[in-house]
Design a protein around this ligand. Sequence first.
Ligand SMILES: [Zn+2]
Length: 413
Amino acid sequence: MAAHEARYRYRLRVNPAEAEALKGVFDSCRFVWNQALGRWSDLWRYEGIRLHLAGADKELTDWRSRFEWLAAQPSVPEQQVLRDLFASVSAFFDKQNPAGRPNFKKKRAGYATARWTKNGFKVGGTGHGSTGDRLCVATATGRIPLRVVWSRLLPSTPTSVTIYRDKGGRWWASFVVRVEVSEAPAVARGLSTGLDVGLTTFATVEDPEHDIENPRFARRAAKTLARSQRNTARKQKGSKNRAKAKQRQARVAATVTAQRADFHHKEARRLVATYDRIGVEDLRIKNLSKKGKGRHKVGLNRSIADAGWGQFRRSLQWQAEKAGKEVVVLPARDTTQKCSSCGEKANPRIELSDRVFRCRTCGLVLGRDRNAARNLNPDRIGTPVGGSEPAGVAAPVGDDGSKPKVPAETMAA
Ligand SMILES: [Zn+2]
């Protein structure tokens, strides 16, 4: 395994108090940059002395002892600023490829960035960027736990994080991580599939052998969670008991999150070991609970699934990247309504309560999700009649979406 450095960037949700704390750090960084740059250029111009990083570091200690407000700010980002400054200075002196002279930073110009290394930040919770994990950074008001929009998982423990505000006023966290790259990609098996997420089966692929069932812990976890929520709601507001119940609730939630993340990793790893290319639909989360029978059951299943699919997709993408496999994101278009053998659209439309796809044109009978999975296979798309497989009659899937009781060979004729 070789490793290289990569940047992983995420949106931050920052409240006014946190923004204030972060701005304090930005201000101190800007001050240190300008102060050090001024010192460096004075020494160079008037005394012909080159100030180096070690010297500037000593000056920083001196400034921190003189300015109380500066000392109140965390030292890690200030030290990082000096590193950046002297990197620019070196670039300026680089004879082969000289860069521009480092400039003073103006507050107006929106210099709003700071970098924390090892000792200055931590990703809490599961530590790899699962929903609910907070990014804690040192500020003048102590460590603040920031909410991160984890759009994908962190591949490893980050070595640093840069927090900045862009021109649009949006907040970002950019992590530096080491990414393991397998030199020899996982064994290519020549198999591809589409993947359809659903409520009855967590994910359906072409071969029922490789479907992902809803995790066993999920139902129990959803019930435990609901119970602890009700328990909290019953306690009087502001009471000690309520505070305790809330803590318990948070612990239950954290356990479920960790279990779920683990489940996603394992299943994603299993899928990329089997398939070289996996097609997924380009949608946030399917709105599955709109109509249909058994709303109560759907409601419970939905609560299990909601938090799951987005996270699972990110796991899948990451595992595929690592294994040298591919996740292909496809536009959501008629994946449920189209026959995966002959390409005809269903008429009448397939409703949510229809668990089986029956094609009037070619006679295909297939579980609804399986048909959708076949339509999402990137290697099947563009091949007019069902890819390399002959059109034919397949065994139906039970109404409850359970696996068929027939051997797999007869599934997709
Ligand atoms: Zn058909």
